[in-house]
Design a protein around this ligand. Structure first.
Ligand code: NAP
Length: 309
């Protein structure tokens, strides 16, 4: 039996792992892939103290090697469920059940879909949720970016260096993104903003090899629908937490509710990073969560060690 199993090897999970090992806990981090975490998909991170400008992937690789050097064990596997059995925790994976005294859920979140006609069937045929992954396919082409938050504007800026033209389409008359990102985007000549509009449909070309050809735009003021030709559609309308594996209290969107020590409604199960209900989905907040939950889990394990021998 492990002292602590951490589900998810992004920044929050690996930070929890480093803190747990340093507290003397026998710790295992489970993840379904070698490099995980949404941050690995970020072109440039500029708001992580100590690193004025670093690629998300490079930062993630640094976390990974730091965790390995600290003695955190990792296993690549798909976690199916996490539950309590008495004071023991059972983590079911696609390669069998594992047991531990405590669990930290660090499963993060994935991009939400727009849920408009054409979106699902044109994924990877022009519809994308990640500019750094798919942007290079759109050299000198026209793309649209949907959303007005930090993700939309960060990736619109990234795409503006590759594509000929970038339209940012936002449903309100002002952006939600940080002012510094807004200022940069407004000053970029090949980014054009279309406010008060939303996408009614994504339309693909006819024939065997389908690709995005245009979108139908709904003007929310005039209620008129117009078409806009585009080669790609990049969607950034928020995130959806990966929390289906655990049956604990969640908010209406599925983010896990936690107390001050990041414990969930189930004793000995903690939640950290983007999968929990927080008001700041940021790297610095994720690593802080990891440290806090590992410290709390250590205390919990000390108190309950005798019961779960
Ligand atoms: P977000 O901040 O929630 O922004 C989502 C955007 O999508 C909002 O502008 C929202 O419009 C719009 N939207 C939502 N549903 C929509 C729909 N059905 N149709 C059209 N538009 C829709 O999400 P995010 O940008 O993915 O960021 C997630 C978190 O990560 C945030 O906390 C963000 O600060 C953080 N993040 C930080 C950085 C950074 O610091 N560099 C970079 C990326 C992400 P409204 O504004 O009208 O609600």
């Amino acid at each position: 039996m492990y002292d602590l199993i951490i589900v998810g090897g992004g920044p929050a999970g690996l930070t929890a792992g480093i803190y747990a090992v340093r507290s003397g806990l026998d710790t295992l981090v489970l993840d379904r892939s070698e490099i995980s975490g949404q941050i690995a998909l970020a072109d440039i991170v500029e708001n992580y103290p100590g690193f004025p400008s670093i690629s998300g992937l490079e930062l993630m690789e640094k976390y990974k090697s730091h965790a390995q050097e600290a003695g955190v064990k990792t296993k690549i596997t798909d976690v199916l469920s996490v539950r309590s059995e008495g004071a023991k925790k059972i983590v079911s994976t696609d390669s069998g059940d594992l047991e531990s005294r405590a669990v930290i859920i660090a499963t993060g979140a994935n991009p939400k879909h727009l849920d408009v006609p054409g979106e699902e069937e044109l994924i990877s045929k022009g519809v994308s949720y990640c500019a750094i992954c798919d942007g290079p396919f759109f050299r000198n082409k026209t793309v649209v970016v949907i959303g007005g938050g930090n993700s939309a504007i960060t990736d619109a800026l990234f795409l503006s260096k590759i594509a000929r033209k970038v339209y940012v389409i936002h449903r309100r008359d002002r952006l939600r993104a940080a002012k510094i990102l807004q200022d940069r985007a407004f000053a970029t000549s090949n980014i054009e903003f279309i406010f008060n509009a939303c996408v009614a449909e994504i339309v693909g070309s006819k024939g065997e090899i389908r690709r995005v050809e245009k979108i139908a735009l709904n003007d929310l003021k005039s209620r008129e629908i117009r078409e806009l030709a585009t080669d790609g559609v990049f969607i950034y309308v928020g995130i959806h937490p990966n929390t289906e594996i655990v049956n604990v209290d969640k908010d209406e969107e599925g983010f896990i509710k936690t107390d001050r020590s990041l414990e969930t409604s189930e004793k000995g199960i903690y939640a950290v990073g983007d999968c929990r209900d927080t008001n700041i989905w940021q790297l610095v907040a994720a690593v802080r969560d990891g440290a806090l939950a590992a410290t709390a889990a250590n205390e919990y394990i000390e108190n309950f060690k005798e019961q779960v021998k």
